[in-house]
Design a protein around this ligand. Structure first.
Ligand code: AMP
Ligand code: MG
Length: 415
């Protein structure tokens, strides 16, 4: 159980314990970014009736084709929102506007630019290029009974619009996970203790803020549990009094220091440890287990390690709970621009800026790569993946990278 896993095996192991959450019905106005939990079929044809794609004149094409210029009698005006009352006979037309239903007998709309209004309720059609054209047919967008939305779709504005257009005001989606966020450490303070931070007695719990922002960005609802000191009794109390959550994410206290109590307390109180420690940097001391059935990810406390491991392991888990079938960001190929020397045979996730040079992505390190240097994360737009067997890299080597704003996702772990 306690063997050192690769990031690949760790991500797979975590996802084995994660399922999509139960679905709930929400108003479509609250569904943006959620994943649909059932197919939706249309109760109507859309459009509901043949209608005009132009402002102009609804005609019988046989009256105009090869006969222009030709005079037609206008029998009625049909604006969008009105319905035609008079079927067209030979030599007749109807003034019509975009979106208005086509009158019976008409099979084309002449754009008004091709006409001249005449006295006595007549119009002259000057060009027959629109005969049998400019009609949007009933059901040409969506047919009654066909699928408007497939289960498993991440709802984008166009999907919300499609639902609205068939009068669906509610939609079943996978529930948003509640992710409990806990920081740990005697030296850590919340911003409510601002003076202690500014006077140098404590350090700010930046992890609380990065973790809850990342949870929110991934589509979860963060539940703030604050900071627990390095005290087994208090940590135990915190764990036993956990509010309802779908996942618990903590930072700090999972390493090998004398004051890293998390794993011990977790196991003593009946938590089920699944793994601890990975062959990665940053982020070696990641722990994963189940606390009363709720997945717990114990992330290392160094601010960069926390963010990188959140990206690698927590975000995919949140996406699975949200009903996505593709948990992982797709990686891209990028070329190094400088020699890189790494200190240990671990899989490294280096903070880089990727720049597009004529279709090729070049990776520049953001600077010092220490796991406490949070600004390296703020500057980076990607994590460059260096395999464990590469410790001395010249410039110009092609490697995979995870873009931190990548929107394309894949099914299997690419890192
Ligand atoms: P730990 O994993 O508890 O050994 O912490 C590793 C490093 O991360 C230490 O330098 C801690 O001070 C720092 N650290 C731990 N938790 C936080 C936090 N919530 N915010 C910022 N830094 C932290
Ligand atoms: Mg600590």
């Amino acid at each position: 159980m306690r063997t050192l896993l690769t990031s690949t095996d760790a991500a797979r192991t975590i996802l084995e314990s994660i399922r999509p959450l139960p679905s709930e019905t929400v108003p479509i106005t609250a569904a943006l970014g959620m994943v649909s939990a059932s197919d939706v079929t249309s109760p109507i044809d859309l459009p509901h009736w043949d209608n005009s794609a132009m402002d102009g004149y609804a005609v019988r094409s046989e009256d105009v084709r090869g006969r222009c210029p030709v005079d037609l009698q206008i029998v009625e005006q049909i604006h969008a929102g009105a319905f035609p009352e008079v079927p067209l006979s030979g030599g007749q037309c109807a003034r019509i506007f975009t979106g208005a239903p086509i009158p019976e007998g008409s099979d084309g709309v002449i754009r008004q630019e091709d006409t001249t209004v005449l006295p006595d309720g007549k119009v002259q059609v000057n060009d027959d290029r629109d005969s049998e054209r400019n009609i949007r047919f009933r059901g040409e967008d969506i047919r009654l009974g066909t699928t408007v939305l497939k289960r498993g779709t991440e709802l984008q504005p166009a999907h919300i619009g499609a639902l609205a257009s068939v009068a669906r005001d509610q939609i079943a989606v996978y529930r948003r996970p509640r992710v409990a966020i806990m920081a740990s450490g005697d030296e850590i303070a919340d911003l409510s203790e601002k003076s202690a931070i500014l006077e140098g007695r404590k350090i700010a719990s930046s992890n609380s803020y990065t973790m809850s922002s990342m949870a929110r960005q991934a589509g979860a609802e963060p539940v703030e549990l604050g900071i627990v000191p390095d005290d087994p009794a208090l940590l135990g109390e915190k764990l036993l009094g956990l509010p309802p959550a779908d996942m618990l994410v903590s930072s700090g206290g999972v390493s090998v220091g004398d004051h890293d109590y998390f794993r011990r307390v977790f196991e003593e109180l009946g938590g089920e440890m699944k793994f601890w420690r990975l062959r990665t940097r940053p982020g070696a001391p990641v722990a994963f287990g189940l606390w009363r059935g709720v997945p717990w990810l114990g992330l290392p406390g160094n601010p960069v390690s926390t963010m990188v491991t959140f990206e690698l392991f927590v975000r995919p888990a949140i996406r699975v709970m949200l009903g996505h079938s593709t948990p992982f960001r797709k990686t891209v190929k990028a070329r190094t621009t400088e020699p890189i020397t790494l200190q240990a045979p671990l899989r490294h996730f280096l903070r880089v800026v990727l720049e597009d040079h004529g279709g090729e992505l070049l990776a520049k390190l953001t600077g010092p790569q220490g796991s406490g240097i949070l600004t390296s994360m703020a500057t980076a737009n990607a994590l460059l993946i260096v395999p464990e067997d590469k410790q001395e890299l010249p410039g110009g080597v092609e490697l995979s990278a995870i873009r931190l704003n990548e929107v394309d996702h894949v099914n299997d772990v690419p890192y």
